[in-house]
Design a protein. Structure first.
Length: 148
């Protein structure tokens, strides 16, 4: 089975607490992340054990599910993909830098689930699409927080 890893980062002119809030408040996340629809269990804010389903518009549109496995406010968020269509872990880390925040997203040992998703990744399309989506999400978050 092939595993994939990736990371991307951005510097945002906002304090860590504000970046953390924008990432962990589901309604707000759908405001700044255009083309994203979220469904979750329970609270509007991330809590350990919470399951989230994310639908991302685009080509190809896709749905993935993850669970919050650890929170270290306001610096770290850890998630586990639940097997639809990925398995593995991801993390977000926010490092203070004066009045700015350095935000990094890590894909840690993620594997595609199912024939079609596996093929998509083996062809090199999955990791490329993931990088494009991650960079776009980080850009949208930066733009949103620096305007508000």
């Amino acid at each position: 089975m092939a595993f994939y890893q990736a990371s991307d980062s951005v510097v945002i002119q906002a304090p860590p607490q504000r970046v953390y809030e924008a990432l962990t408040h589901w309604h707000e996340r759908m405001i700044w992340r255009k083309g994203l629809a979220l469904e979750w269990e329970g609270e509007e804010k991330a809590v350990i054990g919470q399951k989230i389903s994310a639908r991302v518009q685009g080509f190809p549109a896709h749905v993935f599910e993850f669970q919050i496995i650890q929170l270290e406010p306001p610096y770290r968020i850890f998630m586990e993909y639940t097997g639809k269509p990925l398995k593995g872990r991801a993390g977000l880390e926010i490092i203070p830098d004066g009045s700015n925040s350095h935000l990094s997203f890590y894909w840690m040992k993620v594997e595609p689930v199912g024939f079609w998703c596996g093929l998509y990744f083996r062809l090199g399309l999955g990791l490329r699409a993931h990088r494009r989506e991650t960079q776009e999400s980080l850009r949208m978050l930066k733009e949103y927080l620096e305007k508000h």
